[in-house]
Design a protein around this ligand. Structure first.
Ligand SMILES: Cc1cc2nc3c(=O)[nH]c(=O)nc-3n(C[C@H](O)[C@H](O)[C@H](O)COP(=O)(O)OP(=O)(O)OC[C@H]3O[C@@H](n4cnc5c(N)ncnc54)[C@H](O)[C@@H]3O)c2cc1C
Length: 534
């Protein structure tokens, strides 16, 4: 394609823009989107806050940071050569290995030359007269682009707890997402971890190995299940390669259809196997039927009681306010046994709330603790958080944050009415599945739409309001009956540390990736007539 597509009526939209497309974020999603847009011959720039590629796997360097999906399901599939070349070292790669992989991809495909690091985007405003976006960086620089593509991540807007005094602590404070690049040493140190979600569980397990004393502040315990990680030998890697791609299949039986003995035998097997099988490959009713869910929850609770010696501590570690699998199941490697160690203490902050962070430590309602290091494993303003942190304004200056204040409204999780030429890859309401597979599909679809526009000299792409309402209604309907919708979690848009995130919303599409693909394919096959193109 030569330059930018001209507007047929010769209007002022022929203005020379800095870029055909700007992509926000250089994680798994942004890297692939860049690769695809280059195939169209477009002038593309990626803006990334960090100093290097990797997104999640660049930022989260905390001790124990690791996949809990199989490494070999996580590689991109678009390049056979890449699949042939890359050997995963572990079934569940640690952060350094995944970061290495994404750097390898960036180098192999020469992606870095179009990525501008240390470039946080603070604002993006649509200009109707030029049918383009003004994109503003934190340092004030401003760029223009026809298409704005977000690849900002679902878990990338880290949140600190809303506890007074955080800034007064005189020791070392680390949020797991913003972990320092140089190693943090815990030997002989008094360490606190606040938060026991997936990240907290990984951090606690690792820090407990060397800390002088570790105090864990827990609000919500999790139904964590064993990861069973292992190294991958050369022979095994050959076998895996021969079987790309491997997926979990749900057991077609219902938990309530089989005898208790059969049920327990199946669950023992799943509990002893690596990965998410116990969550995603379990009986088909455990995530929809309250009774079946109570049975699997009892099974996991039994396991926790077996593994934790002190029965009082064990009870504290067993979730009481949600059933197994209704929040994302964190996978662990010896997490529960940590609480059998003499150097580890569990504080239930429901019983003794944290009142404030002090210059020397943490004050709860009944004790003043002193620490050398406080680790905040307090997670993310998930899914829409990274969008909310950018002043995104569409037609007529309407703010996206305002538009989504009662929950996201999207068409296919990709387009938003009133925000022409803005396309989201892995935004809210998008099709979910194996992450890189889902990214590849959506980025291909976005690229196909841009190709379609460029080929026809179209410079304005927008979802209709009716299309967005219909998709949003469908997303909501597809989650009906799923037990997770009745539970507060980042998957239902709850974050007690973020204003406006106290009401449960349907943030993600639960209809499955095949249904999502079918719908998106149909829109493309129909010549995108469901969109307004000009
Ligand atoms: C600790 C942790 C463990 C995980 N484990 C798994 C797992 O085992 N399996 C799995 O499938 N998924 C896992 N995930 C989910 C993971 O986020 C995705 O798999 C994937 O890495 C997301 O890629 P992404 O490129 O969409 O987003 P990210 O990797 O989050 O990248 C987004 C990038 O956008 C940048 N960005 C955001 N806003 C701006 C802005 N305004 N200006 C400029 N740049 C911006 C960020 O700096 C970031 O680098 C995990 C997530 C976390 C946090």
């Amino acid at each position: 394609m030569d330059g930018l597509p001209a507007v047929p009526d010769g209007s002022s939209t022929e203005a020379v823009l800095d870029f055909d497309a700007i992509v926000l974020g250089a994680g798994v999603t942004g890297l692939y989107q860049l690769y695809k847009l280059r195939e169209l011959g477009l002038k593309v720039r990626v803006f990334e806050t960090g100093t290097a590629v990797g997104g999640t796997w660049y930022w989260n360097r905390y001790p124990g940071a690791r996949f809990d999906s199989e490494s070999w399901t996580y590689g991109y599939s678009f390049s056979k050569e890449l699949l042939e070349e890359w050997d995963w070292e572990e079934h569940f790669a640690g952060q350094p290995e995944t970061e290495r992989y994404l750097n390898y991809v960036a180098d192999k495909f020469g992606l870095r030359r179009d990525i501008q690091f240390k470039s946080r985007v603070t604002a993006a405003h649509y200009q109707e007269d030029t049918r383009s976006w003004d994109v503003v960086l934190e340092d004030g620089r401003c760029y223009t682009t026809r298409f704005l593509i977000t690849a900002v991540g679902v878990l990338s807007a880290a949140t600190m707890p809303a506890i007074p005094g955080v800034e007064t602590f005189q020791g070392q404070s680390c949020h797991t997402h913003y972990w320092p690049k140089e190693p943090v040493r815990f030997e002989g140190k008094r360490v606190a971890v606040i938060g026991t979600g997936a990240t907290g569980i990984q951090t606690i397990t690792e820090v407990a190995k060397t800390a002088g004393h570790l105090t864990v502040f827990q609000r919500t315990p999790q139904w964590s299940a064993p990861l069973h990680n292992a190294k991958i030998g050369a022979e095994e890697m050959r076998g895996i390669r021969a079987n790309y791609p491997e997926i979990y299949a749900t057991d077609p039986r219902a938990a309530l259809e089989v005898t208790p003995k059969e049920r327990d035998a199946f669950w023992e097997k799943l509990y002893a196997e690596p990965g998410f099988g116990i969550w995603m490959g379990n009986f088909k009713d455990i995530l929809v039927d309250r009774q079946a869910n109570a049975l699997i929850s009892d099974f996991i609770a039994r396991k926790i009681r077996e593994r934790v010696k002190d029965p009082v501590v064990a009870e504290k570690l067993i979730p009481k306010n949600h059933g197994f699998g209704t929040r994302r199941v964190p996978l662990e490697s010896g997490y529960f046994e940590v609480y059998n160690q003499p150097n580890v203490e569990l504080v239930d902050i429901n019983e003794t709330p944290i009142e404030r962070i002090t210059p020397v430590g943490i004050k709860t309602s009944d004790h003043e603790y002193e620490f050398d290091i406080i680790i905040y494993a307090t997670g993310f303003d998930a899914i829409t958080g990274a969008f909310d942190r950018i002043d995104i304004r569409g037609v007529g200056g309407v703010s996206l944050k305002d538009k989504w204040k009662d929950g996201p409204q999207t068409f296919l999780g990709i387009l938003i009415d009133g925000f022409p030429n803005m396309l989201m890859v892995m935004g809210p309401h998008a099709g979910l599945g194996n992450f890189p597979r889902a990214v590849e599909y959506t980025a291909d679809w976005v690229t196909g739409l841009i190709r379609f526009a460029c080929d026809r000299g179209l410079t304005r792409i927008e979802a209709t309001a009716a299309g967005a309402v219909a998709w949003t209604d469908h997303v909501i309907a597809s989650s009906e009956g799923l037990l997770f919708t009745e539970v507060d979690s980042w998957m239902t848009g709850i974050n007690r540390n973020v204003e406006g995130k106290q009401v449960r919303r349907i943030m993600r599409y639960s209809g499955g990736h095949p249904a999502f693909r079918k719908r998106c394919d149909a829109v493309a096959a129909d010549g995108y007539r469901e969109l307004v193109l000009a």
